[in-house]
Write a protein of this length. Sequence first.
Length: 278
Amino acid sequence: MPQEVTRIKKRIKSVSSSYKITSAMKLVSTVKLKKWKNKMLANKDYALKIDEIASIVFSSIENSKNPFFQERKADKNLYIVLSSSLGLCGAYNNNIFRLADSKIAEKDDAIILGNKAIAHYKDGAFNHIETFKDYSNVSNEKMINSIIEFIKTEYLKGTYQEIHLIYTSYKNSLVFHPVDYMVLPLKVDLEKKEAYPPIMEPNQEALIDALIPIYLTNSVYAKFLESEVCEQAARSNAMENATKNAEELLENLQIEFNKARQGAITQEITEIVGASQS
């Protein structure tokens, strides 16, 4: 019985250490989540306005010769897979990998972002583009701009038929899911066509040529920012669940400890009484 008390005490000490770690990580991830969520919300109005303007213009064009609207005859696609560089974020990365595995064919090229995806796809059948493997998170805006310039250049060269971004879409801090977003070619949404088309100055092609780089940069950056928020939310949720589990385990262990200690005391009393009567 004394051995059982000692074993439970060691177990309580171990769980208490884990509890302190998960509590600290929960606090850190919550602060990071708030930081990136504020950045996403601050960027949201601008992003929505750009999307609104682009939607009106793109749905009003007729027979545009801009190459970003033209489908390429290449035999492969490019996928940008956006994962985390750190772990302890629940099923965040696994959900991305499941979607990517269902989309990327052997003939396709892929830009793998985040250490977790790089490790997961180190033996992938498709071709890896290693240029951007040092990407860490959305703070590296220079790297994101380089990626945007790369996909624009390669699409204009006709290297790829389509260019996709696999990222995580944010709904709220508990609900987010991976999405396959087609970056290029641009699509015209005829359902959003205005009854009275806007007047385009100086002309349709000049306006489109000026708007597309802004639209692409805004759209891709917003998706990267959204993924960062989802990652921090997933990590915060994982640490919160781990902390709650540790709390429940500590409560159960404390009950077991009390029972074992009471049993040990009872046994000692019985032994003392038995010895005195012999």
